[in-house]
Design a binder for this molecule. Structure first.
Ligand SMILES: Nc1ncnc2c1ncn2[C@@H]1O[C@H](COP(=O)(O)OP(=O)(O)OP(=O)(O)O)[C@@H](O)[C@H]1O
Length: 229
């Protein structure tokens, strides 16, 4: 689903690489935690998969495509097959829950009848039924993240990339969000989640890939946040 072959990324000439010779394969249906200290390269990994950045060297395949080969005009098509969730939710503050989720199918030209059936379904899936007309400021942080997850999932992407999705949430709320992501993963969506949240990683026991100064220093199935115990 995602394959990195000797991928390095150097942002500025002479700077140390943000990613350094990373090779990694994420299979369809996997759940992978990307861990590592601040600045270790987690967000760079995610931006490379979205082709928001290009590698300085090495090759990246995502969803069966060599990202170095796809033309610029096909990049939006690639991104549509990848859902994204971020620490800061990124909702439109003047739009309701329903409208925030409906934007994703609207921008790809889905017909009205499709939107009117799929948006309520996905709002229910994330547990926000009855709150469709609320504005983001009328929701808790956990609920806002659920809206962001609904928006990321409404077009049924094959892959969900989550960059610190629990970073702004308290531990109890974070567990609820993780249960939801786990449920989404069990329905077949591949998930890569960058996180600093050691408790969650230890609890979930999924594959853990650790970066340190851009170098992949660990790839462990059913892993924990810290080094192998
Ligand atoms: N656009 C950029 N231009 C220059 N350097 C950058 C850029 N983005 C990231 N970097 C550098 O690349 C390295 C990796 O950054 P990255 O954001 O990928 O780390 P991270 O693991 O996601 O960190 P955090 O957990 O703090 O989000 C850091 O040294 C950072 O300063």
């Amino acid at each position: 689903m995602i394959r990195f072959e000797n991928v390095s990324k150097v942002y500025a000439r002479g700077a140390r690489p943000a990613l350094d010779q990373v090779s990694l394969e994420v299979e369809r249906g996997e759940f992978v935690f990307l861990v590592g200290a601040s600045g270790s390269g987690k967000s760079t990994f995610i931006r490379l998969v979205l082709r928001e950045e290009r590698p300085t060297s090495g090759r990246i395949h995502a969803l069966g495509k060599d990202l170095g080969q796809i033309s610029r005009w096909k990049v939006p098509h690639l991104r549509r097959q990848i859902g994204t969730v971020f620490q800061d939710f990124r909702l439109l503050n003047n739009k309701t829950v329903f409208e925030n989720v409906a934007i994703a199918p609207q921008v790809i030209g889905r017909p009205r009848h499709h939107i009117l059936t799929t948006v309520p379904e996905v709002i229910e899936m994330v547990g926000l039924e009855g709150k469709e007309k609320r504005l983001p400021h009328e929701l808790s942080g956990g609920e806002q993240q659920r809206v962001a997850i609904a928006r990321a999932m409404v077009n049924r992407p094959a892959v969900l990339l989550a960059d610190e999705p629990t970073g702004n949430l308290d531990p109890t709320t974070s567990i609820g969000i993780m249960r939801l992501l786990d449920r989404i993963n069990r329905t077949g969506t591949t998930i890569v989640m960058a996180t600093h949240d050691d408790e969650i990683v230890d609890q979930m026991r999924k594959r853990v890939v650790e970066l340190s100064d851009g170098v992949m220093v660990r790839d462990q199935s059913r892993g924990v946040y810290g080094a192998a115990r």
